[in-house]
Ligand binder design. Structure first.
Ligand code: GTQ
Ligand code: FE2
Length: 355
């Protein structure tokens, strides 16, 4: 039993809080901190694996249900279960992942928005994404950037379904209330002002830049990173220089500065050699991995996520993780995107290595 004095004290506090609430005031100590409620400070999202064997039939099913005309983009979001519980969306607290499909002859109309986006091509050929006046033809494993506020449209001129993974910083941009969107004026597709694949041609070789090329934007001037080049670069890497946590690990960068491809999102490609098991580490950046080729597993906080080609894995920040190639004969290739550049810009990126 509490003393009458304690009871009076509690009543006085409750009256005080009720009075403050009328004035839109809240004592900090009386706030139920989100992080203290249920899950701890780094658990707004859970690790999650979306299997290609489950996603693919469902994205194909959308062909008979909606057109890009109806819905702007025929894309299905990969929603983190914990974020959904909290009434939010996204694959991680800052990153959206979605699988998008266009069919032969279809156009996804030109628009731009403040969220930055990237595409990793999953399946098909003969379609392109136009970005900033340049057509980028899409082939499996390519990375294509559509940085914040660049006009982009998609068109399929080939055969069969064309499917890719979209990565966007939508949850971040929403959280700062800066989501702006506009259609391209007057036409469904933007004007093509550059030769096909112009940016890929400009930066055909690492270490060589067109001497007179001027660029003052905050994102990479290279729009399409073809898989062929990425794979060659991963193959050419010096095995002794493998990293402990990611094995043979390349960052996609701005070829002029070496900086991350966009201010809010960075991208990596990695080759896990046959039988490799990496050491464990954790960082506060969150990431989304796409399994480009091969099979293996990623252990996150002691739980094993078995992946194979086409699967997508969400890694929340500050979760211990290590990768393993399950094959003793074939390489495994992962492409990932992360909010690491944002955290580095804020000066709060941190990482820890395991035993
Ligand atoms: O292809 O332009 O998954 O604007 C979400 C928003 C894709 C796109 C998404 C978009 C796009
Ligand atoms: Fe878009």
């Amino acid at each position: 039993m509490s003393s009458p004095g304690a009871e009076d004290q509690r009543k006085a506090q409750a009256d005080f809080y009720a009075g403050l609430e009328q004035l839109y005031l809240l004592p900090n100590w009386a706030r139920e901190a989100e992080s203290q409620v249920a899950h701890g400070p780094h658990a707004a999202a859970v690790p999650w694996l979306w299997k290609w064997s489950e996603v693919r039939p469902n994205i194909l099913r959308t062909v008979s249900l909606v057109t890009p005309e109806d819905v702007e983009r025929r894309a299905i979001g990969l929603i983190n279960p914990r974020l959904r519980e909290l009434g939010r969306r996204g694959a991680t607290p800052t990153l959206t992942a979605a699988v998008q499909l266009i069919m032969p002859g279809e156009v996804a109309v030109s628009h731009h928005h403040t969220p930055a986006a990237l595409r990793v091509i999953m399946e098909g050929k003969g379609a392109y994404t136009a970005v900033d006046g340049e057509r980028c033809w899409m082939e499996p494993g390519d990375l294509i950037l559509t940085p914040a506020w660049t006009f982009h449209d998609h068109k399929h001129e080939g055969e069969g379904p064309m499917i890719w993974l979209d990565g966007l910083d939508v949850p971040l941009i929403r959280s700062i209330d800066s989501n702006f969107f506009e259609r391209y004026p007057g036409q469904r597709q933007q004007a093509l002002t550059q030769p096909d694949g112009a940016s890929t041609r400009r930066f055909a070789s690492a270490g060589l830049r067109p001497a007179a090329f001027k660029w003052d934007k905050p994102y990479s001037p290279l729009t399409r990173y073809p898989w062929e080049r990425t794979e060659q670069a991963l193959q050419a890497m010096i095995e002794k220089e493998a990293t402990p946590f990611d094995d043979l690990y390349l960052e996609y960068v701005n070829p002029l500065t070496g900086a991350a491809v966009m201010p809010s999102m960075g991208c990596y490609a990695q080759r896990l050699r046959p039988g490799v098991q990496t050491r464990s580490h954790r960082h506060n950046a969150s990431a989304v991995y796409y399994v480009c080729r091969g099979s293996g597993y990623t252990t996150i906080e002691g739980k094993r996520f078995e992946w194979c080609q086409g699967d997508v894995l969400a890694l929340p920040g500050w979760h211990w993780h290590a990768h393993a190639n399950g094959s003793t004969t074939e390489d495994a290739y992962l492409i990932s995107f992360t909010d690491e550049p944002l955290l580095k810009y804020l000066g709060i990126f941190r990482e820890q290595s395991g035993e």
